[in-house]
Every structure is written in C-alpha cells, then in structure tokens.
Design a protein around this ligand. Sequence first.
Ligand SMILES: N[C@@H](CCC(=O)N[C@@H](CS)C(=O)NCC(=O)O)C(=O)O
Length: 203
Amino acid sequence: MSLEIIGTPNSNFVRTIRMVAEEKGVVYKNTPEMPHSDVIKSLHPLGQVPVMGHDGFHLFESMAIARYIDNVFDGPALVPTSPKAAAKIVQWISFAQTSVDQLIMRQYVLEYLFNKDEDGNIVRDNIDKVLHKLSKMFRVLDEAVSSGYFGNDEFSMADCFLMPIISYGQLFPEGKEALESAKNLKAYFDKLSQRPSFINTSA
Ligand SMILES: N[C@@H](CCC(=O)N[C@@H](CS)C(=O)NCC(=O)O)C(=O)O
C-alpha cells in the first residue's frame, strides 16, 4: 500500500500531511507539484495542494487527508477516541486550517513572499493593516498551547496543522517579535521543532 502526498513541500498544508505521515511512521512519497499544475488540476477542483493518492484512491482537503492517514495506517492515534476529546482536537484543527492559516499565511507570510510593488519592494501598507490582528492571534495561540500542546496536554494532529504555520510566521520581523512575546507559544514552538516529524519535513 503506497502513500503519495502530492504538492510542493513549501506548502504549509503539504507539510502538515507529511508530519502526520511521519508521526504515524508511514513510508510515503512526496510528489512536489505546484498548485494549478495540470496534475493538481486533474485531482482538485480548485487546483490546490495537498492531494493524496493511496492505491488509486485520491483525496483533497488536508483535514480529510490527515484523518484518512490516521485511521487507515498503524501507528499512534493522532486524534483521541473519546467523542468530546476528539471534537476538541477537530475544533483546533479547523481553527488552524481556517482562521490561523488565513491570517498568518495568506495575509502576512504570502504578502512578504509574493506581493511586491513595481520597484520590487513589499507593500508596507498591506502588512501594517494585519499587524493588530496578528498580535491578537499570537495571544490567542499562546493561551491555546498553555497545556503544552495545541488545545491539549499531549501531541495530536492539531499540532501538525499549527507548527508549519508558526514556522513560516516567525520568519518575518513582526511574526518573530510576536512569537518572542508569547512565552507559552515560544516554548511550544521550540519543543516541537525538535520532533523528527518537523525536522524531516523542512522544505
Ligand atoms: N482547504 C485547503 C486549503 C489548501 C491550500 O490553501 N493550499 C494552498 C497551498 S498551502 C494552495 O494550493 N494555494 C493555491 C490556491 O489557493 O490557488 C486544505 O486544507 O487542503
């Protein structure tokens, strides 16, 4: 049974899925397709990554992929079995996949990486516009990891969603400063950065 994770390793969501596979101890192949490539467009209606292939079965949407890998393969369960505990983990995954990703990746990191004015400089106004929300989000996340992991007191799938986003956010000055001021989040990030699943998936 061969698992293929399709999508450029630079994508935070591709890294999430790779972290899930690594945590489960599943051997996988990462095929580094860019969003909107012909291959991706044939597998995802909006041309987004990641996409998963497993013995001819294809899936898109990182939560669906992560839960499939967790359920189908041996290895430590990444979502608890009790309905309430599981719902809490799914709550934080959904929060990371929507609100956290939207703000930190789409409105902040991608702005630094890809949106340049005609002189090739970042568009300072666009970054300044999100700084208030960015500080608030780092405070929210600081509280959410106060038990040691994301919304939990042990490692779970939710950490695979959050770590790649924080990792990107702290590469830029305001994100780095916000992380330094969020003591729980900084300790969390430093601790989880040591996990093989994180180290082995750096792009
Ligand atoms: N909801 C999707 C979002 C995936 C997503 O936003 N992927 C980005 C790369 S990190 C992408 O493909 N962007 C290109 C686009 O949206 O057109 C998921 O969770 O898998």
